[in-house]
Write a protein that binds this ligand. Structure first.
Ligand SMILES: [Zn+2]
Length: 427
């Protein structure tokens, strides 16, 4: 084979300009690189994903084979999701695209920087030549940039994953990008924050569907997002907020009102405490366990009038000596045999388990000349009993804390449960 033959073969295999290939090949051969090696090196340079022929293609990989040790790979995959996001680096505004790719072996996430020229339409099969690999959150992720060649491939791939990123709230995970949800807006409020360009208004609240509930933030308020509305939101990204996923709506998201209301589950998923704690956090979860102890800082407490933090000996951690305001709170340790969490009961639930309101608690403490009697009575009533607890679980350096929205004694005897219920109604 003459040099010209090799040039022909490479140019057609790699689909690149013949002149460019000839220049590169002549260069390498001039430096005494053997022809086979020179051709392999050019295949690597131009990112040949198809191994047909002599040179072989060491850089072409199945997704499951890509590791964080790779620097560059060629991957042929179906685009599952694609979401745009505006970020700032080197003082400039850039729009990047992010999402997931899949082939027969698995899925991988990607980030496409603004130099990348290629289609990322969900459903398309694309050969990404010379894609960079970086580590993101402990996993390999593809970096598509200026030197990545993208070529649409007609052959369909037999993939296991769903195209389009439509997801139920319960299946969303932090890091998901280009996600579409159909939800009812359960809570929604305007907030003014200090943004990149001064004060800006955002929306935040809670979304729900048949699978669960999650908090959301809309960074570019959309009119269709208001309390009670059922909407389809395309192109969201998911961040972690106190260990649980949070749906982020941006300037690139499309919000469409739905004519049929989205029904929202009444229930929270029930989990073992260990499972819930190991998940890193749950926005809305149900746990069942025994209260084994009431912690310090329960019962009749004082809060700082400025920040609401609990005041110890007349001192707020932030505001120093303050005139504390009385409040009721309970911190109960719940144990189900797999692990423990601290369940925090607000004033309303604490009133119920204490069996009296704030004035009753003040009088109780005054008579005994000891505030602790309030916490003591709460402990007498709840320690050793089994409870079904629902609320928001956060796991951080302060431990695993569940802010309870529901706290009911577990009781399998329907008669007792009914009489408890009647008592509550009468109360
Ligand atoms: Zn304070």
């Amino acid at each position: 084979m003459s040099l010209e033959d090799h040039v022909e073969e490479l140019a057609s295999d790699l689909d690149v300009d013949k002149e460019e290939v000839r220049r590169d090949l002549e260069n390498l051969v001039e430096y005494s690189v053997p022809m086979d090696e020179a051709k392999q090196s050019l295949r690597r340079k131009y990112g040949d994903g198809d191994s047909g022929g002599s040179g072989g293609t060491p850089s072409s990989k199945a997704i499951s084979e890509v590791t964080t040790d790779d620097s560059n790979v060629t991957v042929t995959a179906v685009v599952l999701t694609s979401g745009r996001r505006s970020i700032q680096y080197n003082g400039d505004q850039h729009v990047i695209r992010e999402g997931q790719l899949a082939d027969e072996s698995g899925t991988i996430s990607y980030t496409a920087w603004d130099g990348f020229e290629g289609d990322l339409e969900p459903g398309q099969t694309v050969q990404f030549g010379n894609a960079g690999v970086r580590e993101w959150d402990g996993h390999p992720e593809l970096n598509l940039g200026q030197s990545t060649q993208a070529e649409t491939v007609e052959t369909p791939l037999d993939i296991d994953a769903e195209v389009g990123g439509e997801s139920a709230l319960a299946h969303i995970e932090p890091g998901d990008r280009g996600i579409t949800v159909e939800v009812q807006v359960l809570e929604c409020e305007e907030k003014v924050i200090d943004g990149r360009d001064g004060e800006t208004t955002i929306l935040s609240g809670v979304l729900g569907d048949e699978s669960g509930r999650l908090p959301f933030t809309d960074w570019e308020p959309h009119d269709a997002i208001e309390e009670g509305a059922s909407v389809r939101i395309e192109e969201t990204f998911v961040r972690e907020f106190r260990g649980a996923p949070s749906v982020n709506v941006s300037e690139f998201s499309t919000v469409t009102p739905l004519s049929e209301p989205v029904s929202v589950t009444e229930d929270a998923p029930r989990m073992r405490i260990r499972e819930a704690v190991e998940s890193g956090g749950q926005f809305d979860v149900e746990l069942v366990g025994n209260v084994i102890e009431i912690r310090d800082g329960s019962g009749l407490i004082e809060r700082c009038p400025d920040c609401g933090r609990v005041v110890q000996n007349g001192q707020c951690r932030t505001h120093g000596a303050v005139e504390g305001e009385d409040d009721l709170r309970t911190k109960a340790i719940l144990d189900d045999g797999t692990a423990t969490v601290t369940v925090i009961l607000d004033d309303e639930i604490t009133e119920r388990v204490y069996g009296g309101d704030l004035d009753d608690a003040r009088e109780h403490a005054r008579d005994a000349m000891d505030k602790e009697v309030v916490a003591d009575r709460i402990a007498e009533r709840v320690v050793g009993h089994e409870y079904v607890v629902r609320g928001s679980l956060s796991v951080d350096e302060y431990g695993a804390n569940l802010n309870a929205t529901e706290f009911e004694e577990a009781d399998d005897d329907p008669a007792t449960r009914a009489s408890d219920f009647l008592q509550e109604v009468d109360a």
